[in-house]
Design a protein around this ligand. Structure first.
Ligand code: R5P
Length: 317
């Protein structure tokens, strides 16, 4: 059995090196020296140069697009660390890919979020640190501890800085009510719901808004923007119903397919998103990034020291 020593080791996959560097700066712990490249046939080639034997090791790799590449790379990193006798291995996945496929809602489909969990634990993860999973119950797919952080304190600080008066918090679908209610409570705001119907993976239809948004400033909150259909249509309908300023706050900006064009042309005045996912292409003109590096660094620090992580759910300064 491997015993753990006092050292923290941080290792970055290739999914989001900028976030890993920011976490490293916050913690004052350098990233481990490692090579992650490709063999000529495209297979992933990994070599960790530092001795990590016995260390409390955190591997930072959101499984954002390209999801399959980033997921396999994470599994190979976990295997590398386990075989190098790391003490305890924590997979830091600020974005959990495949989380939306969390149940068998029709015949002959996989529960992909469970497959991700199974492979990570089999691959060597002793614990998981993640942020705003699409469904919090995914924690139960793991038989190892999962620390599930919320981006709300970080995004809320950004919204508060905008000085928006008497806002209404709006969720773009009924599934987001719990998150929206928490926002409304924190802001002392009213709550409204957009009645959304999904037609396909990238097309949705909105019928009407349940609640009063006319003449009010609106904060639209969601866990993620994928193709941008849900949030841009929600922005459109609240503006049609008379909303004044419209601010979007989301944890994960996946921004795939037509998302950038949809957001760029939607009536939102600002779009606040965390850096759980790296942005490498053109962005909507309203886009603002708020970093979760401090939140993740504090969580890593507390996990290492065996201190409470739920204390970080309060607003952070
Ligand atoms: C749905 O349940 C989620 O919370 C998001 O609203 C949805 O996944 C966003 O997808 P899209 O941007 O493609 O509409």
């Amino acid at each position: 059995m491997t015993t753990q020593n006092e050292r923290i080791v941080l290792i970055s996959g290739t999914a989001h090196p900028a976030l890993a560097q920011a976490i490293s700066r916050e913690l004052g712990v350098p990233l481990a020296n490692a090579h992650i490249g490709r063999f000529p046939d495209g297979e992933i080639d990994i070599k960790v140069f530092d001795d990590i034997r016995g260390a409390d090791t955190f591997v930072i790799q959101p499984t954002c697009p390209p999801v399959n590449d980033n997921w396999i790379e994470l599994l190979l990193l976990l295997d590398t660390l386990r075989r190098a006798s790391a003490g305890r291995i924590t997979a830091v996945m600020p974005y959990y890919g495949y989380a939306r496929k969390d149940r068998k809602d029709e015949g002959r489909v996989p529960i992909s979020a469970k497959v991700v969990a199974n492979t990570m634990v089999a691959g060597g993860a002793d614990r998981v640190l993640t942020l705003d999973m699409h469904a919090a119950q995914i924690q139960g797919f793991f038989d190892v501890p999962v620390d599930h952080l919320y981006a709300k304190p970080v995004l809320l600080a950004g919204v508060r800085n905008m000085g928006i008066e008497s806002p209404v918090v709006v969720t773009p679908d009924v599934g987001g009510i719990k998150m929206a209610r928490a926002w409304a409570k924190a802001l002392g705001a009213d709550l409204a719901i957009v009645d959304k119907r999904r037609i396909s993976g990238s097309e949705i239809a909105v019928e009407h808004v349940i609640g009063e948004v006319g003449g009010r400033n609106v904060i639209l909150v969601d866990d993620m923007i994928s193709t941008g259909g849900s949030i841009s249509e929600a922005a459109r309908i609240v503006r049609k119903e008379g909303a004044k300023k419209i601010v979007i706050a989301v944890s994960h900006a996946v921004l795939c397919g037509p998302a950038v064009e949809r957001l760029d042309s939607c009536p939102a005045d600002a779009i606040l998103a965390t850096d759980s996912i790296p942005q490498r292409g053109k962005l909507p003109h309203q886009f603002q990034v708020i970093s979760i590096a401090t939140l993740l660094a504090r969580a890593i620090h507390n996990i290492h020291r065996c201190e409470s992580v739920s204390s970080l759910f309060e607003e952070i300064g």
